[in-house]
Design a protein around this ligand. Structure first.
Ligand code: GCB
Length: 677
């Protein structure tokens, strides 16, 4: 019965889209998974992609990092005779071999970029067997070789079958769309662009390429035809008075349709969305989008969701983006690897600026053996760079290419000659610029020394003042010094934050939670963010101000906070159901839609009668009521905090109400605390 259902589902998933002779069919349904070792549960389990076998921890708190085998039937219909067939995997973590009818057809190293394999000669009419051996075991030749997050094993992103005619726009070129919209020069008056199309053709006779650019209403704004007789075709366009892609204010998108034609017949078609924009970073004034300053603040984000691991569903991306938009963020750093396609698409559509990076991730090297001594590591990083850039090339949201996160030196503390990472980092930086001269390069470092200055266009620091460190001066003076040392290179903040459990509560004056300890009071996280935000807000030279991290995530190396195996520095919980207090600090500071929020609201059972009450609000003034009686009216301060000191709760239940007012608008928030004495 199960088999029949999955066959029906496979049939339904077929013919998802058809452009010219190209069809793209989802292969997400109808898979089975089994361990490679037959003695362990040899019975295959049916699964649907995206899938990981590590969504939950094992009972002992570890997760399986062995090889698993995915199998699926692939039906080749008579209509596919004479066509070219390609398997397109959006992401298989982290190493795989792909077989068709027991024959190797290809494989891939690296779990966060797509790859495409032509299987035309490996299939036969009728039923075929697809098999993918996937391993997420530790390796020194596949990025990342280190990191504070879990490496989810599986075909954790969707998979498609692409069928084209003999001549097509290449799906094979670094598994990219094969169409690259290069923004040579964009300003308010014109967008000077080149549409470059990579072809995979068997017979170039009579081929032409017809490209149409249309605006958001579907109206054609430019078109051109060119002879398609080489491996790639470049078509220049000059679009007058373009409507610019302008971040959250106006994320305006154009559509570029490229058709490969012969004798008036469309052989293949690729459709891409893009937005035209220009940007720069000033060492003193920060980021400018389309000539105007835009404050870049937001979150680092991991691809990790309760019950799913990294195999997110479309609705999970909707949930995340609703929260990101609600917070008022203008940017995101996609940590610490390329994210799935919906993240880039949502960012394009909603106007979020992206920093996206290859998984070259510290700290240290593999068990601190260094980086470049590992055979294959360099090649894998270069491959990742090509794949990331070409696969995400047309997304207007992407403004920054990230080279690495926290690469320390061989022993984790010292900078030693035999594994000096700088030449390699420079090599990746140059490669980014060679493939895509239109964007800026950056990285996230945690070292205080100046080893890395001047290598990339921009630089940013991961700094945890108030959480890991006891530094008396905080992030402000640290960044002032970094700016002075950087001699004109723009400096930013790539991470700052603190851990928090929504089940742990902390009062000012209590001792500071241990970062590696079990008690991670929610209120303390908010306080750390307040002090960082204050320092950051008064330093307009910071080109990026990025919080670690959007949501809590799995990290098997951690045993702290309220659960093992989690990093709890999220501003929202792992299940996205709770926005922690600190989330509302940012919402109050980053948004203008009237809001009022009583902090410490989850601290419902109390033993101290006298307490401070803190409200985050972006409104003109806030009035506090306790059990219906007015406590007082306060104007929120520079961090949008309204604080009432020494309020006395009554024994038993207390109703706390905050009423925000801005001219005629009124907003209220209420919570209940019980005083047990
Ligand atoms: C960092 C790392 C990030 C960690 C974070 C933390 O600097 O870049 O991967 O998860 O700190 O929580 O300690």
């Amino acid at each position: 019965m199960k088999r029949i259902t999955s066959l029906i589902a496979m049939a339904l998933a077929a013919a998802v889209s058809a452009f010219g002779q190209r069809t793209e069919t989802s292969l997400d349904e109808g898979w089975f998974i089994r361990p490679i070792t037959a003695n362990k549960n040899p019975e295959p389990t049916p699964v649907t992609l995206p899938h990981t076998w590590n969504a939950e921890y094992l009972p002992d708190g570890t997760y399986n990092r062995e090889m698993m085998v995915y199998t699926r039937k692939l039906e080749v219909t008579p209509a596919m005779a004479g066509k070219r067939l390609f398997l397109y995997f959006e992401g298989v973590n982290s190493v795989c071999d792909v077989f068709v009818n027991k024959r190797t057809v290809g494989g891939h190293k690296g779990g966060y970029t797509a790859f495409c394999i032509e299987i035309t000669d490996a299939v036969r009419q009728g039923g075929n067997e697809l098999e993918v051996w996937v391993s997420n075991a530790y390796r020194t030749d596949v990025l990342p070789i280190s990191g504070d997050f879990n490496i989810y094993g599986g075909i954790h992103r969707p998979c498609h079958l692409i069928v084209t005619g003999a001549d097509c726009i290449s799906p094979l070129f670094h598994a990219s769309p094969g169409v690259f919209i290069r923004q040579n020069k964009v300003n308010d008056a014109a967008a000077d662009i080149t549409v470059e199309t990579v072809l995979s053709i068997k017979d170039k006779e009579g081929l032409t390429l017809h490209t149409v650019i249309s605006d958001a209403s579907g109206k054609e704004v430019a078109s051109a035809s060119a002879k398609a007789d080489g491996e790639s075709v470049k078509q220049p366009f000059n679009i007058q008075d373009p409507i610019l892609w302008n971040g959250r204010e106006n994320p305006y998108l154009y559509t570029v349709t490229v058709q490969l034609m012969r004798d008036g017949r469309v052989l293949d078609e690729v459709v891409q969305q893009t937005g035209f924009r220009y940007f720069r970073v000033d060492a003193d004034k920060g980021f400018f989008l389309n000539g105007k300053p835009l404050d870049l603040h937001g979150f680092c984000r991991h691809e990790d969701f309760d019950g799913r691991g990294s195999a997110l569903l479309p609705e999970d991306y909707d949930t995340d983006f609703d929260l990101i938009m609600e917070s008022g963020a203008t940017m995101m750093r996609l940590a610490h690897y390329p994210h799935a396609e919906p993240v880039y698409r949502h960012s394009d559509e909603k106007g979020i600026i992206l920093w996206t990076e290859i998984p070259m991730c510290g700290p240290g090297g593999y068990d601190y053996t260094g980086y470049l001594g590992n055979d294959g590591f360099r090649e894998n990083a270069i491959q990742d760079t090509y794949e990331l850039v070409y696969q995400k090339f047309n997304h207007p949201s992407v403004c920054f290419w990230g080279i690495f996160n926290e690469i320390l030196v061989s022993d984790g503390t010292r900078f030693v000659e035999y594994d000096n990472p700088i030449p390699f980092i420079s090599e990746i930086n140059d490669l980014y610029h060679k493939i895509d001269p239109s964007r800026l390069t950056t990285f996230a470092t945690c070292v205080d020394e100046n080893y890395y200055l001047g290598i990339s266009d921009l630089i940013a620091w991961n700094k945890y003042f108030g959480w890991y460190g006891n530094e008396p001066n905080g992030i402000g003076p640290f960044m002032d010094q970094a700016k002075a040392d950087a001699k004109g290179q723009p400096v930013g903040i790539s991470e700052y934050g603190a851990g928090a459990s929504i089940h742990h509560h902390w009062l000012p004056g209590e001792s500071r939670p241990e970062p590696r300890g079990r008690f991670h009071g929610e209120e303390r996280q908010a306080l750390v963010h307040e002090s960082n935000l204050e320092a950051i807000q008064s330093r307009p030279y910071l080109w990026s101000k990025i919080i670690w991290v959007f949501s809590d995530f799995h990290s098997s190396i951690r045993k702290e906070g309220d659960r093992d195996g989690f990093n709890d520095k999220g501003l929202v919980t792992y299940d996205r159901k709770t926005r922690k207090d600190a989330f509302f600090l940012y919402k109050a500071n980053w948004t203008t839609d009237p809001m009022v929020y009583i902090t410490s609201r989850r601290y419902t059972d109390r033993t101290q009668a006298v307490t401070d009450i803190k409200v985050y609000s972006n409104m003109d003034e806030v009035t506090l009521f306790l059990n219906g009686k007015k406590v007082g009216k306060v104007k929120p301060d520079n961090l949008k905090r309204a604080i009432w000191k020494g309020v006395s709760l009554q024994p038993g239940e207390n109703t706390v109400t905050a009423e925000g007012r801005s001219r005629k608008t009124k907003k209220t928030d209420t919570c209940t605390w019980t005083l047990n004495q």
